[in-house]
Design a binder for this molecule. Structure first.
Ligand code: PGA
Length: 258
């Protein structure tokens, strides 16, 4: 059984005060939780304080939104995996489409980041997803498989719970357009099969695969009903405590797909 993950990607938002209020309100509305994990991904300046607020809160985890693969040295503006651990992070987002688009991150960069994260005991949340153009050209499968292989080929993975993959179609991010549960399930099951080919069936059954792209309180239940969807990476809707609490407290429905 894979434990679902509800992850909040705050992106470049929130002051320290706003973050403090948001975490307080969220914990009031969605703590304790059982049978699911919550991962908060604040911007760098909030990591230590959010980490402190989550201290001792079972099933709540802290993630950074990016990492550099070097251990230390003259890399102005970057943070190493050890620095993220020092702030209390257990997870890190790697290869988000905004980093790929605006900061020119390549699959090779993602590979180095995944490797460095894993070596430092951070769980990578590796993001993959196709653009609208690629989708319309029927290239979704090809694009997401190339991203997956580019970041994961040759990595050593002893247990599937040390890796999370988020399928985030770019056309669905921040647009209010969500993939259908059936569409997301289909692409995510293709990704799981590829993980099985690369790392074996046991690991593929352990890896958590999330959907991201305009996840909201009113679509989380149907997404979570899909067999292969193990959670969500949530942007905009994670910035409001009540909305994200509803996502964390999603209602399990009868399975849509087997
Ligand atoms: P969104 O963002 O929920 O605002 O669409 C998701 C993401 O970029 O991770």
């Amino acid at each position: 059984m894979r434990t679902p993950i509800l992850a909040a990607n705050w992106k470049m938002n929130l002051s320290r005060r706003e973050a403090k209020n948001l975490v307080e309100d969220l914990l009031k509305a969605a703590y304790p939780v059982s049978g699911r994990e919550v991962v908060l991904c604040p911007s760098f300046h909030l990591l230590t304080e959010v980490g402190a607020a989550l201290q001792g809160r079972a099933n709540y985890f802290l993630a950074a939104q990016n990492v550099y693969w070097k251990e230390s040295g003259a890399y102005t503006g970057e943070l190493s995996p050890a620095m993220l651990r020092d702030c209390g992070c257990t997870h890190v987002i790697i290869g988000h489409s905004e980093r790929r688009a605006y900061f020119h991150e390549t699959d090779k960069d993602c590979h180095s980041k995944v490797e460095a994260a894993m070596q430092n005991n951070l769980v990578p949340i590796l993001c993959v997803g196709e653009s609208l153009e690629q989708r319309e050209a029927d290239k979704t499968r090809e694009v997401v498989l190339a991203q997956l292989q580019g970041a994961l080929k040759g990595q050593s993975l002893s247990s599937g719970d040390r890796l999370v993959i988020a399928y985030e179609p770019i056309w669905a991010i921040g647009t209010g357009k969500t993939d259908t549960p059936e569409g997301a399930e289909q692409t995510i099951s293709v990704l799981r099969q590829e993980v099985a080919t690369m790392f074996g069936e046991r690991i593929a059954q352990q890896v958590r695969l999330l959907y991201g792209g305009s996840v909201k309180a009113d679509n989380i239940d149907s997404l979570m009903a899909c067999t292969n969807i193990d959670g969500a990476l949530v942007g905009g809707a994670s910035l409001k405590a009540d909305g994200f609490a509803r996502i964390v407290n999603y209602q399990a429905q009868a399975s849509l797909a087997n």
